[in-house]
Ligand binder design. Structure first.
Ligand code: AMP
Length: 224
């Protein structure tokens, strides 16, 4: 099963990604996290991505596609995976179609977290992330148990550079211009729109309600 978690920056994709992949036991692949790791490691890809990410734009399709293709060729992806933050352009969506077909995967299931734009800026500027395990917190709705410290591994939480308000606004503009049109690519029976302006546990319940019958159908087909 291949899941695409779709939604604007700040819509809660990171949180749902963690809940879904813990539940299903498949890897979560976040192209944003992969690019940040490349920047930290000072690789040529990281160096190419650094200034683009700092300004809120999108890294080039070829670079991201290549990185993604390499990641999904790893053995832990054989039974399926979840993509968070990819595809972000129609070109990436077309590349993914070819990649999934080549690797014998069915069409992806698209979970679209829809949140009104005006709610997103506030949400993102109160966001904090653990630099080690990448868990996302929100100071308003999902604070850590101890201020500034990750519940899971005790590391000090950080504000990502691209969560600054001016960058957030640019990321939202980029989303509207380049990424929203990708949804048209997926308007078929594998597409589910979910209201993302509710509590994470409520959203997760809706997602499990969507996925459980699909998983049952899938395993019944495999048993035949
Ligand atoms: P995210 O953590 O998914 O919000 O991504 C943070 C930033 O990484 C984005 O604002 C882009 O600059 C870059 N990025 C992440 N995923 C992609 C992608 N699929 N295509 C192009 N740029 C990306």
């Amino acid at each position: 099963m291949v899941l695409l978690l779709f939604g604007p920056p700040g819509s809660g994709k990171g949180t749902q990604s963690r809940l879904i992949t813990n539940w299903l036991g498949i890897p979560a692949i976040s192209t944003g996290d992969m690019l940040r790791a490349e920047i930290q490691a000072g690789t040529p890809l990281g160096n190419a991505a650094r200034s683009i990410m700092a300004s809120g734009g999108l890294v080039g399709d070829d670079l991201v596609n290549e990185t993604l293709a390499h990641r999904v060729s790893q053995p832990d992806c054989n039974a399926g995976f979840l993509l968070d933050g990819y595809p972000r352009t129609v070109e990436q969506a077309e590349f993914l179609d070819r990649l999934l077909c080549l690797r014998g995967f069915p069409k992806p299931i698209v979970l679209h977290l829809d949140v009104p734009m005006d709610a997103l800026v506030g949400r993102m500027s109160s966001r904090r992330q653990c630099p080690a395990c990448k868990r996302i917190y929100n100071l308003l709705h999902q604070p850590p148990l101890q201020t500034g410290i990750c519940d899971d591994d005790g590391n000090a939480l950080i504000t990502r550079k691209d969560d600054r308000e001016d960058v957030v606004r640019e990321r939202l503009r980029t989303y509207d211009a380049l990424t929203r049109p990708v949804l048209a690519h997926y308007q078929d029976n594998n597409y589910y729109q979910i209201r993302g302006d509710r509590s994470p546990s409520y959203i997760f319940e809706e997602i499990t309600g969507i996925l459980e019958p699909l998983i049952a159908k899938h395993s019944a087909a495999n048993d035949r």
